[in-house]
Design a protein around this ligand. Structure first.
Ligand code: ZN
Length: 679
């Protein structure tokens, strides 16, 4: 076999991955060899006779698995962007291998003893803030994994973790199965009146697949559910579909009630075992918010503003429905329908209508101009790197002031087989120390924008432009990172802070000054009209309190489940009704939210749902400063770049944010942006 390119230093500029030489068969051997190498390094660290110190223990531990972590980054980035059945098979082997190695290290008492020795004398070590953070991450990582527990408790913790690893997927599987189990056969097309043609077509295709040619089958998949709820004139149909979705995995063959209860009980038990009051306290210790009380106060304050305004939103909608021959009393299955009609009446345009102003080529040049102007950067397209697909374009990014090379950036914009849906930023190598040298990062953004066809270029909707700015914002966090240790570089920050750099960029995508850099009609060359930009901004806040209150209901429910001892809860639906009293504007007319709430029961969002709103507050508060000083103000942009982006996770985000803004974020900044408080 030829030399494994994942096991040698890349000869390319910026040591970028040699995609032209990496073959599927290289991954497993590289990861096995990477694990062996890391194990040898860790053994050397454990048997080192010198007194444990930061360098010989914490930094050595971080550097122990460089080959492994680089190989894993390349593998998983490629699996998402350029996957295949063969890679999927390899993933099934790599997953357990790397998980087993992680827990081998996490449960090694000799490694922990050394880390703890460094931790215990941390005050005498004269560490930099970044080193303190790396030490804290390492020590807390061990402790939160149970390193301080006695053997009996360790055993119980392992059993809890194992049971959890089964329950989460089981919960998710139930919601999936419950959704798949529903189909509603419609005999006559007229019952689907109001729905867009492509949705009706989808229903006809569903029927054909089930040997019911000529009929229509409605399912609960989102691309089918949304057009029914938003557009179907048939109120009974909307009600049936709404009820079915809202009752998924509740009192049916896939009931998640018992899973809900067992999951929260085990989470609570684990938290208590590790010395925390509740699961929320355990989770939030490693978040910017830090404590349940902070989160509760945060969501209660937002609820107090959203609720009366959401009531007004609902009143206005009721009035509109009555004026247009609708029902006297609106039900939940009417809200989407009438709000869509009202939206059309008020704004008579959609994000789709802006496409002609956003040919991808221009948007990209414009985005580079925007980031260049804001952060003083230069993007240079280059063919110095072999690429993994012909649609991918590579850029070198430089500081335009001092000419310093900042990193490698791949843009991967079109859909294709083997590429995941949606949009994301990924890092092939984070900035930071590797084999003794501080390297610059290699990052990519992947999107699924429409491909050019015939004479028509790729035209983006405004939502897609916003997506591009969002993902480029993550990429900036990675590319402008300026730390020593890769574990705290770029986007490796506490979880409720990671969306600040991305979301804040979306604000510029709504500003005329930024849009003027690139938004030109692809046929006439005409700049985007001022009136259209105004409408775009007004439409953004349509029913904003209504959807804000809905988000707050999810946050409230999440905290209710996770910030208490759940042992006495017997019925998830009844528990939810109590938890949500005062946060919802309709009584519960179907199943509870909880039994279908994958985010908190099967995803990573337990005691973390608030972070959506939390990050919005941070980004609104940040952008407000830009608006005040000028959206391209050099000093503000430099401060943001130096205090937030360059620092990655090298200091606590609370400290970083205060250094940048001079104070904590003001929740009212979000409400002002949403038009709910006066500017
Ligand atoms: Zn994001």
């Amino acid at each position: 076999m030829s030399e494994n390119p994942l096991l040698t230093v890349s000869p390319l500029p910026n040591k970028a991955p040699p995609f032209d030489r990496i073959k599927d068969e290289h991954y497993l051997p590289a990861i096995r060899a990477g694990i062996e190498e890391a194990r040898a390094n860790i053994n050397a660290l454990k048997t080192n006779e010198a007194e444990p110190d930061f360098e010989n223990t914490v930094a050595a531990l971080e550097g122990a698995s460089e080959t492994l972590s680089t190989a894993l980054s390349i593998f998983y980035s490629q699996l998402s962007a350029n996957g295949s059945d063969a890679m999927q098979k390899i993933a099934e082997e790599i997953g357990p291998l790397s998980a087993a190695f992680s827990s081998e290290v996490a449960q090694d008492p000799a490694v922990f003893a050394r880390v703890k020795a460094v931790w215990d004398k941390r005050d005498t070590l004269d560490l930099t803030p970044e080193q303190s953070m790396v030490l804290e991450d390492s020590y807390k990582g061990f402790v939160r994994g149970g390193a301080l527990l006695n053997d009996e408790d360790k055993k119980r913790l392992t059993a809890i973790n194992e049971r959890q690893s089964v329950l989460g997927p089981a919960f998710m599987n139930n919601t999936k199965k419950a959704i798949e189990a529903f189909e509603l056969v419609i005999e006559d097309r007229s019952e689907l009146a109001g729905m867009p043609d492509n949705a009706i077509q989808m229903a006809a295709d569903n029927a054909r697949e089930r040997d019911m040619e000529g009929k229509y089958v409605i399912t609960l998949d989102m691309p089918m559910y949304i057009p029914v709820i938003q557009y179907a004139d048939n109120r009974d149909l909307r009600e049936k579909v709404w009820r079915a979705y809202a009752s998924r995995a509740w009192k049916d063959a896939f009931d998640n009630s018992e899973n809900c209860l067992e999951i929260v009980r085990l989470r609570h038990e684990r938290a208590r075992l590790l010395g925390y009051e509740t699961h929320a306290a355990f989770v939030l210790e490693r978040r910017m918010a830090e404590k349940p009380e902070t989160v509760l106060a945060f969501i209660d304050a937002l609820r107090d503003t959203y609720k009366p305004k959401a009531q007004q939103d609902l009143e206005r909608l009721k009035q509109y429905a009555r004026d247009n021959g609708g029902p006297i009393e609106l039900r939940p299955w009417d809200v989407g329908y009438y709000s869509e009609k009202l939206r059309q009446k008020l704004f008579d345009f959609s994000s789709e209508d802006l496409r002609p102003y956003f040919p991808l080529e221009n948007v990209l040049t414009g985005a580079f101009a925007h980031f260049g102007k804001l952060f003083n950067l230069r993007f240079e397209e280059t063919d110095a790197y072999p690429l993994y697909h012909k649609d991918v374009v590579a850029y070198d990014i430089f500081d335009d002031g001092n000419g310093r090379f900042l990193g490698t950036f791949y843009g991967d914009f079109y859909p294709r087989k083997g590429k995941k849906d949606g949009a994301w930023m990924t890092s092939y190598r984070d900035q930071g120390l590797y084999h003794g040298t501080v390297e610059r990062p290699v990052v990519a953004i992947c999107c699924n924008f429409p491909k050019p066809s015939g004479d028509t270029p790729s035209l983006l909707s405004h939502d897609e432009v916003t997506t591009l700015f969002h993902e480029m914002g993550h990429a900036m966090h990675a590319l402008l990172s300026d730390v020593t240790y890769s574990s705290v570089a770029g986007t490796n920050v506490l979880w409720d802070f990671v969306e600040l750099p991305s979301q804040v960029q979306e604000n510029w995508a709504y500003s005329k000054e930024t849009l003027d850099l690139f938004a030109r009609h692809y046929q006439t060359g005409e700049s985007i009209p001022e009136g259209l930009v105004k409408k775009l901004n007004k439409a953004k806040n349509f029913m904003v309190a209504w959807s804000g209150l809905r988000q707050i209901a999810f946050c409230t429910l999440d905290m209710a489940w996770h910030d208490r001892d759940p042992s006495s809860i017997e019925d998830p639906a009844r528990f939810e009704d109590t938890a949500l009293a005062g946060v919802t504007l309709f009584p519960r007319l179907a199943g509870p939210i909880s039994t279908g709430f994958n985010h908190i029961f099967a995803g990573g969002y337990s005691a973390g749902y608030y972070s959506y709103k939390w990050a919005e507050v941070l980004d609104a508060d940040t952008f407000e400063l830009f608006e005040k000083k000028g959206i391209y103000d050099r000093a503000t942009a430099d401060a943001y770049k130096e205090q937030i982006l360059a620092k990655g996770g090298s200091e606590h985000p609370k400290v970083l944010y205060r250094n940048f803004r001079g104070r904590d974020a003001d929740p009212n900044a979000l409400l002002r942006r949403e038009g709910l408080l006066k500017k």
